[in-house]
Design a protein. Structure first.
Length: 316
């Protein structure tokens, strides 16, 4: 059983009934119950390897910012429940886990932890300062109950994606990264038969491709170790580019054989698919050639608030 399903069962079978029984219906309608934040389980990516640490029932209860005492009351209620559920540990309440990952907390503390802001980003400048993996963690998982709707309201707004100017800026920056790492430096490292340089360039190229595809798909790219796994959730574009990135490094792939022409063909295929995606969203009009560096300035030129270009967005 996946961690998110396990936590959902605990929420519906133990936590929600216990809160209502011990604190009353009115108290239950003041809280949100779910599983959102750090951890592979919140993305649905957990497996047997994930169970070596911080895995189990990973429940969060979010209380109003002006009712901090309610968090303590909720934790007292759950502390009286069994410490294991379906033979799995209940984290945060009965078993220690990193602070803020499980247990009862204020709504604002959750969003402040990942975005630095009590209600998440609202202005373009605020959006621009937050790494994408943090936005992914702030909005992943599932909400099983939300009485007041405050937590879910912020979550829904963030899941609508970047403001247009920030989307354009990040796409321009990542296209620049892909062009430099994948279309220039990766090919050169292969020609020089430089295994370390090849792998570093590939990693940067891979990261840039993942960030671009997630942005084009209206999703936030998670922490780097799950970026490729998440890529396959980004529709046909994500599946195609994930496959090409895998071909580059498979045992008999062109990168492993230092086949510069094979590497270049796959990288150009990825670039062409990215350009198709940009054009499909109406973010580019004329497309001549597949060198993504040529499209950085056209993307930047579409940004309404040009002052946003003075700083670079944080890397994922």
């Amino acid at each position: 059983m996946k961690g998110l399903e396990l936590t959902g069962r605990y929420a519906h079978e133990v936590a929600i009934p216990s809160i209502e029984r011990e604190l009353g219906r009115a108290a239950l309608e003041l809280v949100a119950v779910g599983s959102v934040g750090d951890g592979s389980d919140r993305f649905g990516f957990d497996d047997r390897v994930s169970r070596d640490h911080d895995w189990g029932v990973a429940l969060c209860i979010w209380v109003p910012d002006d009712a901090p005492d309610l968090a303590r009351q909720v934790e007292d209620v759950l502390a009286s429940a069994p410490s294991r559920f379906l033979d799995c540990p209940v984290l945060g309440i009965h078993q220690p886990c990193p602070e803020g990952r499980c247990g009862a907390m204020r709504v604002g503390d959750h969003y402040r932890r990942f975005t630095g802001l009590q209600a998440g980003p609202e202005t373009e400048v605020e959006w621009d300062q937050i790494p994408e993996f943090a936005l992914a963690a702030a909005t992943n998982g599932e909400v099983f109950h939300d009485g007041p709707g405050v937590f879910s309201g912020i979550r829904t707004r963030l899941l609508e994606g970047y403001p247009r100017d920030i989307l354009l800026k990040r796409l321009a920056e990542r296209c620049l990264d892909f062009a430099q790492a994948g279309q220039s430096n990766l090919i050169r490292a292969v020609l020089r038969r430089d295994p370390v340089g090849t792998r570093i360039a590939y990693a940067r190229c891979h990261e840039a491709a993942c960030l671009i595809v997630h942005a084009l798909s209206g999703r936030y790219c998670p922490y780097y170790k799950w970026a490729h796994t998440s890529l396959r959730l980004c529709g046909a574009l994500g599946a195609s580019i994930a496959g090409a990135l895998e071909q580059l490094v498979e045992a008999d792939g062109p990168m492993e054989r230092f086949d510069a022409f094979g590497v270049q063909d796959l990288v150009e295929h990825i670039a062409e698919e990215i350009l198709d995606g940009l054009r499909g969203l109406g973010l580019l009009e004329e497309v001549e050639g597949s060198f993504l560096l040529d499209y950085v300035e056209p993307l930047r030129a579409r940004i309404a608030k040009q002052e946003l270009l003075r700083t670079r967005s944080p890397r994922n």
